[in-house]
Design a protein around this ligand. Structure first.
Ligand code: NAD
Ligand code: 2HG
Length: 393
């Protein structure tokens, strides 16, 4: 029994996709006009949304590859999978911190270049160039204390570092999980002024773009390591090159390569693999699959970035879901229409986020034709962007 269709992009873990269950056809006949997308880093900017598309699940955290405003205006609900790959990125950042302190990549390259019977002797003679430093006791700054940054701050403290955290928007839930030993600062400049290592874990937005700019580097001391597993555009590369030149930045480690960053002595570029572990890819696919299944089968929204969370058990024969503009009296107008259609409402929930709102309208009505007629009326109404009928299974 196939009821819904999903198109996937970027190798979504197949085991995770089983969460969709057998009501979903994956990449099948309807893949050019599916109900939902499950994607990773596919860039959807500049692409057209198919007519039938109702949901996009980003198997991962960052949604800057999705034109959110356009999706919202079309009533397409965009989800992500909060925290599902956070441990993978945390481990990548801890490894990067240690690699910057000890420069093992260069050390390994140097040893591999040695030849002759006296390699052990050459090693002992030349190893002093790779004497590193220890991270214990150093100042470590974390910008963005969400799923990834919060975990990193805690572990850096456990490794003996003095940890500073900056996040003016941290959620209460996340804040509860952050060690009281992490020193929260209210001004990002305190991170730039005080830290030997700075890692950033914020979404890419107009506000966060080029967080590392000339002013930021001017506040730093010497030999600072910058770690960026969030998004490339958070760093102004020209300002970074000058900061490397003047000894302010000792090393820049990033997961986001652009041509100007490649093959530079003080820069380590990785191929966007911070979240690429077996475990994280499975976690993300499972969460994305569960989210899409729930939304398509019940209309409930959990973990959306453009619509509010809305949960309500479906106990009536039919539910109509409405995506509507967030205008005054909309609930009253919806209720009036339902009563004019001679139908009783068994439950109604309406939640708004910004300019849009989402309504679950549960109907005490078993006559499908009547429900369809009501839905068609909503569909042709001003201020209603998307209408779906869900039949209780
Ligand atoms: N390299 C990878 O493979 C990889 C994997 C996962 C996530 N990421 C990137 O990392 C980002 C963070 O992921 P997450 O799972 O921690 O997300 P998250 O939503 O849990 O945390 C983001 C945190 O940033 C904070 N924040 C927002 N604006 C800020 C600002 N101006 N200054 C300081 N803090 C601010 C938020 O309050 C939140 O606590 C993602 O948006 C994504 O771009 C990359
Ligand atoms: O899906 C990926 O490959 C990377 C994911 C990462 O950038 C994220 O934002 O979660």
């Amino acid at each position: 029994m196939t009821t819904f269709s999903v198109k996937t992009y970027n190798n979504i873990n197949k085991i995770g996709l089983r969460e969709l269950g057998n009501a979903f056809q994956i990449d099948g006949d309807h893949k050019d006009n599916p109900d939902a997308y499950i994607i990773r880093s596919e860039n959807l900017h500049g692409t057209d949304f198919p007519e039938n598309l109702k949901a996009i699940a980003r198997a991962g955290a960052g949604t800057n590859n999705i034109p959110i405003d356009e999706a919202t205006a079309k009533g397409i609900v965009v989800f992500n999978t909060p925290g599902a790959n956070a441990n993978a990125v945390k481990e990548a950042v801890i490894a990067s911190t240690l690699m910057s302190a000890r420069d093992y990549i260069a050390a390994n390259e140097w040893v591999n270049g040695l030849t002759g019977d006296d390699v052990p002797k050459q090693v002992e003679a030349g190893k002093k160039q790779f004497a590193g430093s220890e991270i214990t006791g150093k100042n470590f700054g974390v910008i963005g204390l969400g799923a990834i940054g919060g975990r990193i701050a805690n572990d850096a403290y456990r490794l003996g570092m003095h940890v500073y955290g900056y996040d003016p928007y941290v959620s209460i839930e996340t804040a509860w999980n952050i060690s009281s030993h992490v020193r929260r600062v209210n001004d990002i400049k305190d991170i730039f002024r005080n830290c030997d290592y700075i890692t950033i874990h914020v979404p890419l937005t107009d506000e966060t773009k080029a967080t590392f700019n000339r002013e930021a580097f001017d506040l730093m001391g010497k030999d600072v390591t910058i770690i960026n597993f969030a998004r490339g555009e958070l760093v102004d590369n020209d300002a970074l090159f000058d900061a490397i030149e003047t000894g302010v930045v000792k090393r820049y480690i990033t997961d986001f390569g652009t041509e100007d960053l490649l093959n530079q002595e003080n820069i380590t570029v990785l191929p966007h693999v911070g979240g690429s572990t077996e475990e994280a890819e499975l976690n993300c696919a499972i969460m994305a699959g569960q989210t899409i299944r729930r939304f398509m089968k019940t209309g409930e929204i959990i973990n959306s970035v453009n619509f509010p969370n809305v949960k309500q058990d479906l106990t009536s024969p039919f539910r109509i879901t409405l995506i509507n503009s967030n205008v005054p009296n909309i609930v009253a107008r919806i209720s009036t229409r339902v009563s004019e259609a001679g139908i009783n409402i068994s439950n109604i929930i309406n939640r708004s986020k910004g300019d849009h709102a989402y309504t679950l309208l549960d109907l005490d009505e078993s006559d499908e034709a009547k429900v369809k007629a009501l839905a068609a009326e909503f569909d042709s109404s001003d201020n209603i962007v998307k209408v779906r009928i869900i039949k209780k299974s």
